[in-house]
Every structure is written in structure tokens, then in C-alpha cells.
Ligand binder design. Structure first.
Ligand SMILES: Cc1cc2nc3c(=O)[nH]c(=O)nc-3n(C[C@H](O)[C@H](O)[C@H](O)COP(=O)(O)O)c2cc1C
Length: 316
């Protein structure tokens, strides 16, 4: 199955499900993991919401399934907010939210292109501010040493800069050394934050990062299936590959990537997967909006309709 070690986690494969807003819920993650994904992520969760114990935010931490290896992706504006959120997370895990004990990894989001994030100087606006990023890496690494949560890997998901100019100045190279000092991996979405999903990716930058990183690098961007994944691994030397839209198109892409079956499922397999998804969604009270999205997507997989991507997505 092509395993990969990240921190102390032994992943069943090097193919990782991306964090996806309004998509990566517990039922969908379970399906992708069953097909061979090595690790799965919740969607981006705002640290400020954890600090305030906001119910809608806490509901996004739907790590109810202990059999699906899952990490949470956190978005924090600075290291102080991150520290308080981590402290609260631990408190909640020990009191009312036992399923938080299933969180096995933590990823810091430095890629969210939303204007309100950038306006406050957070997310990809921090990519050129290496010392601020390092302060966050350091906080996370310190917390990991003392937490009772079974965190096996910590890392960050970055873009190549806030805009083309920053990418041209290769701001992404400066953060590799601090990341290598504190983190277990770096995930690289090979676009800058002003680019949209249809804009070209720059896999070359993943290779440049890999050449100087002392931690595993996970490449991301425009991997549609087996051929792309092999090309990305060969061209960049990255250790892992992260997929978002290809997993929406077919969660069975992970079975193709791990050499255990075709990328497209039969109608019977889709029916069985949908039944299991709905049972999990009901059991763990997945939000109706998410369930509606996946039902529509399963229907699309049965036919030959156009791929669906939820509105308000990070990448819209
Ligand atoms: C519907 C949707 C939601 C997304 N939400 C997130 C998110 O919460 N956090 C994040 O870091 N990236 C998010 N992304 C970006 C993806 O994780 C990924 O970096 C991007 O789609 C490129 O990968 P791909 O070419 O495999 O789709 C989202 C993308 C999509 C399509």
C-alpha cells in the first residue's frame, strides 16, 4: 500500500485526503480511508471559535470514528490565540468531548485565501513573516510535548505566497528551515493565495522545498489520479500526495492510487457507500447541508453529471 511515516504516525499510504470545508465530514473521511487514504483531515477550524467554545465551531471537530485516522486543521491568527485554543481543546477532550481524544494530528492553515483572513494579516498573509510563523510552530510543538491527546503528527499547509510577487520572491523557501525544526511535515498547495483552482499549479516549487526540507513534504494541487500522482512524486521528490477535488469526484481514487482497484466505483459500491455514509451522518448528527451535498455527489457519481463543489468553498 506504499506506507508513509509522519511524526509517530504510520500511515497506511502516502495519499492523503485534503481538508475541505463543507465536504470532509466524518462519513466522507471514513469512505476515503476505507479506500486507502493514509490520513484524513477535518475542514479548517477557527481557533477563535474553540477559544469561545462556540458550538458551531466545536461541531466541526467530528472525530467520532476512532478507526479513521484523522487530524484537525486549525486556523489561528497568531501564536497567543493558538495557545489558548490548544489549551481549551485539551480541557474539552477531558470533560465533555471525549471524541476529541481521537484527534491524531494537527495542521496549521496558512493557505485560506478568504479576504477577511488576509485583511487581518493572517493565513497566507503570514507566509512572508517567518518569525511569526515560527512562533506558531514553536507553540504547537511545545504543546504537543505535554498534551494528553494522542497527537502523532503536527505540521502546516501552506501556499507559495500571498500573491504572484511573493511567489516570485520565493517566500515559501524561508519558512522551510523553521518548519523543519519544529514540525513533522509540510503540506504545499502549489499556488499563491490569489490564484483560483483553475489557475496553473507550480509543482517546481514543491521540488525546491523538498530539496531543503528535513521533514516529509506533501505535495498538493491538480492531482486527478494515479498518473498525476506518480508524476508529482517523480518530478518533485515529495514523500506524500494530498488530494481534494479528485476525492470529491470519486473517493475510490484512493483505491486506484494504492493499487487495490479502479478509480471509479460500480453502482452497487456507490449504493453501499451512500448507505454507510447516511448511517454515520445520522449517528453523529452531521449537518443537513453536508449530507445534502454528499447525496447530490453520490447521485452524480452514479450518472455522468458534472462534478459538484460546494458553494462558499475555500477555493471557490
Ligand atoms: C470544497 C473545497 C474546500 C476546501 N477547504 C479547505 C480547507 O478547509 N482547508 C484547506 O487548507 N484547504 C481547503 N481547500 C483546498 C484544498 O485542500 C486543496 O489545497 C486544493 O483544492 C488543491 O488541491 P486539488 O487540486 O487536489 O483540489 C478546499 C478545496 C475545496 C475544493
Amino acid at each position: 500500500m506504499d506506507p508513509l511515516a509522519l511524526g509517530t504516525l504510520s500511515l497506511q499510504s502516502k495519499y492523503i485526503l485534503s481538508p475541505m470545508e463543507e465536504v470532509s465530514d466524518v462519513g466522507f473521511r471514513r469512505l476515503c480511508y476505507a479506500q486507502g487514504a493514509g490520513l484524513t483531515w477535518t475542514e479548517m477550524i477557527r481557533a477563535s471559535g474553540i477559544v469561545r467554545k462556540n458550538k458551531a465551531t466545536l461541531d466541526l471537530i467530528d472525530t467520532h470514528d476512532p478507526d479513521t485516522l484523522t487530524g484537525i486543521q486549525l486556523f489561528a491568527v497568531n501564536e497567543r490565540e493558538l495557545a489558548v485554543a490548544l489549551y481549551r481543546l485539551e480541557q474539552l477532550a477531558h470533560s465533555s468531548h471525549r471524541h476529541f481524544m481521537n484527534i491524531r494530528a494537527i495542521d496549521l492553515n496558512f493557505g485560506c485565501p478568504s479576504p477577511d483572513v488576509i485583511r487581518i494579516g493572517a493565513g497566507p498573509a503570514l507566509l512572508k513573516r517567518t518569525s511569526k510563523m515560527e512562533a506558531m510552530f514553536d507553540k504547537l510543538a511545545h504543546w504537543r510535548k505535554t498534551t494528553k491527546l494522542p497527537i502523532g503528527a503536527i505540521g502546516a499547509k501552506i501556499r507559495l505566497g500571498l500573491n504572484q510577487q511573493e511567489q516570485d520572491h520565493k517566500v515559501y523557501l524561508r519558512l522551510v528551515e523553521p518548519a523543519s525544526r519544529h514540525l513533522d511535515y509540510l503540506a504545499v498547495h502549489a499556488r499563491h493565495a490569489k490564484q483560483r483552482s483553475r489557475d496553473p499549479v507550480s509543482w517546481g516549487a514543491i521540488g525546491e522545498i523538498k530539496a531543503i526540507a528535513r521533514i516529509p513534504v506533501i505535495g498538493n494541487g491538480d492531482v486527478a489520479g494515479e498518473d498525476d500522482a506518480q508524476r508529482m512524486l517523480a518530478q518533485t521528490g515529495c514523500e506524500g500526495v494530498m488530494l481534494a477535488r479528485a476525492a470529491i469526484r470519486s473517493p475510490w481514487v484512493f483505491r486506484e492510487l494504492t493499487g487495490t482497484g479502479p478509480a471509479l466505483a460500480t453502482p452497487d459500491e456507490i449504493d453501499a457507500a451512500e448507505r454507510e455514509y447516511l448511517a454515520i451522518a445520522q449517528r453523529f448528527s452531521t449537518k443537513p447541508k453536508y449530507v445534502a451535498f454528499h447525496r447530490e455527489n453520490f447521485a452524480r457519481m452514479r450518472g455522468a453529471g458534472a462534478p459538484v463543489v460546494p458553494r462558499n468553498s475555500n477555493l471557490a
